[in-house]
Design a protein around this ligand. Structure first.
Ligand code: FAD
Length: 588
């Protein structure tokens, strides 16, 4: 405490002497005890944990204009053994070692069981921790996959509650601010971070950096270089995840592992990574744009790399999934069909991407595929030698329609390889020694899960917390935490004059086309100004849409300018909102 008070006085004196902004270190740079890079589940968990452990001189840097990363895409749930909810719901008791075993086996032995053990041991505390913030995770799928009790998508709820904590705790999430380099001193200790903010390039001095930058699932070049068979694959929508953390740490000598382990979805409907085709193993066939079948569609793992690579070899790297009414109704009637499948199927059904026709010839016309070839393909399902037993069993049902076709392509969901970390979150170099002051959390770590994303959310939250605690211990060993002095950043917003609109008073509704379909809004105009824009309906991808809702709508209201800039990374959603607002106001 004393140390904090002393440093606070020193910092104030320094800034007074320099006659400039407060909050800077000796070098004249802004200074924080901990810089967290990335505002996904891992980074936000690290921020909350740091605050609970007494560290407030902390900043979270986020490259995008919104928080969430691939965390908001996680819609399955968080594996957790022995929560009170499991007990209350009479779920089979599960020891952490059972989860460790599952992570290891799912990951085909590529994960380090010691890392898996940290996740398995800590997740019951995570569920309680989240409950302490008012976020209840009592809906359990299978035996131990925890989801928010109120039915919110798990990753979306995680980001919501942790972001709220950062706001409550006064920890700044600095958006549109990618970290570009981690700086180390001559002893190899982390001493700063270079960033590229809206104000330009600057350096933040710090004692510890927690890399929570996710994977490289949006980096087309890196994926193609590491896995040439996946060239042209549909990229994940978490557009900030370009492998920056891995690359920055590598420059400091960090070791990497499992870089070629990439979590795929072999058949997504092209606009969205979440819309994986759930009825794929039930007699569905894949045909290419020439109307020909080219692969055995069946696989136990949705992420099958063989099917993905086979689709990528086809024209435009796309295929059509075709099924008939019998297959569709049989699938929809499966009672134990998980709500997860229900959710994905409903999404696909509502996507405007499904073509339906009474005959194969008509379907071929809608697909713009040669009808004769497609008829032949469907006629020969038993004899074409491709060998999918489910298809052979259902081949006769293809005698009758209606028939459905959905365009599909493989997609990258996340990447499983990355930095080698130890069980305290420290990033290790090629000799297995920790890089002093450098920590990692979440998907950027490559040695936890192996080849399957069994515990992506758990790994993010658990290692976010573990890294924050250990970074604080490291700082305490080296002189202690300092107190934050508000940084006197020039607030451009204050300088803006109140914008005036010139619209007709009233409440109107309008529609526009977003990324995934129609967006409907209600716009209220008072005294010529747009005073509210309420989104009534939308089907956008949650983490991308978050940026549009949180930044773009307020900016339209603030500026009264319907041509205001779209939020980077959410252009289509923003433009959909823009068009809907114009449509409501009779301007489109
Ligand atoms: C479709 C899908 C479904 C999934 N379902 C599940 C599931 O059901 N259960 C489960 O456990 N896991 C699931 N996962 C995996 C899980 O979502 C991820 O493993 C986990 O959320 C990763 O969290 P993270 O915080 O490490 O990364 P992210 O949430 O991706 O956050 C990384 C953040 O860092 C930012 N960033 C990157 N570079 C920089 C930089 N240079 N400077 C500043 N910021 C930067 C990014 O913009 C991003 O906001 C799923 C993943 C996907 C894609």
């Amino acid at each position: 405490m004393k140390k904090k008070a002393f440093l606070l006085a020193a910092a104030m004196l320094t800034s007074a002497l320099a006659g400039c902004v407060t909050g800077t270190g000796k070098s004249g740079n802004e200074q924080y005890d901990i810089v967290i890079v990335g505002a996904g589940g891992a980074g936000l968990a690290a921020a909350a944990e740091a605050h609970e452990n007494g560290a407030d001189n902390v900043v979270v840097l986020e490259k995008m204009s919104f928080a969430g990363g691939s965390t908001t895409m996680a819609f399955g749930g968080m594996n957790c053994t022995n929560s009170r909810f499991m007990e209350e719901q009479n779920k089979k008791p599960e020891k952490p070692i059972d989860l460790v075993d599952r992570i290891y086996k799912n990951g085909k032995g590529f994960g380090d069981p010691r890392m898996g053990a940290v996740v398995a041991m800590e997740t019951p505390n995570v569920i309680e921790w989240l409950e302490g913030f008012g976020s209840e995770w009592g809906k359990i799928r299978y035996n131990d996959l925890h989801c928010p009790t109120d039915g919110t998508i798990p990753g979306v709820e995680l980001v919501r509650v942790l972001k709220e904590q950062a706001e409550k705790n006064g920890i700044e999430i600095r958006y549109n601010t990618p970290a570009t380099e981690i700086i180390a001193d001559e002893d190899g200790r982390v001493s700063g971070v270079k960033v590229e903010g809206p104000e330009g390039e600057y350096t933040i001095d710090t004692s510890a950096v927690i890399l929570a930058t996710g994977g490289f699932e949006s980096n087309e070049e890196m994926i193609a270089e590491i896995a040439p068979g996946l060239k042209n694959i549909h990229m994940a929508p978490s557009q900030g995840n370009m492998g920056d953390g891995i690359k920055m740490a590598e420059k400091l000598g960090a070791d990497t592992v499992n870089m070629d382990l990439i979590q795929l979805s072999s058949a997504v409907v092209p606009f969205s990574i979440q819309m994986q085709l759930p009825i794929k193993n039930n007699g569905v066939i894949f045909v290419n744009k020439e109307g020909k079948r080219f692969t055995n569609e069946y696989s136990k793992e949705s992420s099958d790399r063989r099917i993905s690579e086979d689709i990528l070899k086809q024209t435009d790297a796309e295929a059509f999934a075709i099924y008939n009414e019998a297959i569709y109704s049989e699938f929809m009637a499966i009672e134990e069909k998980d709500f997860f499948d229900e959710y994905r199927m409903t999404g696909i059904d509502n996507s405007d991407m499904v073509m339906k026709a009474d005959t194969i010839e008509e379907l071929a016309k809608m697909m713009e595929v040669d009808a004769k070839t497609l008829v032949e393909t469907v006629k020969n399902l038993k004899t074409d030698g491709i060998g999918n037993e489910e298809v052979i069993a259902k081949a006769d049902t293809y005698a009758n329609g209606p028939f459905y076709a959905v365009p599909v392509t493989p997609g990258v969901m996340d990447t499983l390889g990355g930095l080698v970390a130890d069980t305290t979150g420290r990033v290790l170099n090629k000799d297995g020694a920790p890089i002093k002051g450098l920590y990692a959390a979440g998907e950027v770590i490559g040695n936890t899960q192996g080849s399957y994303y069994s515990v992506g959310l758990g790994e993010a939250v658990v290692f976010g917390r573990v890294s924050a605690r250990n970074a604080i211990e490291y700082i305490n060993d080296r002189g202690g935490l300092t107190e934050h002095v508000a940084f006197d950043r020039k607030d451009k917003e204050d300088k803006k004059e109140d914008a005036k609109g010139n619209f007709k008073d009233g409440t109107y509704t309008g529609k526009g086309k977003g990324n995934n379909g129609e967006i409907e809004v209600e716009v209220t105009v008072k005294d010529g100004n747009i005073t509210s824009i309420e989104v009534l309906n939308q089907k956008e991808t949650p983490n991308i849409y978050a940026g549009a809702e949180e930044k773009f709508i307020p900016s339209l209201i603030e500026t009264q300018d319907l041509e205001a800039d779209a939020v980077s990374g959410a252009t289509n959603s923003c433009n959909g909102i823009r068009t809907a607002v114009k449509n409501a106001l009779g301007l489109e």
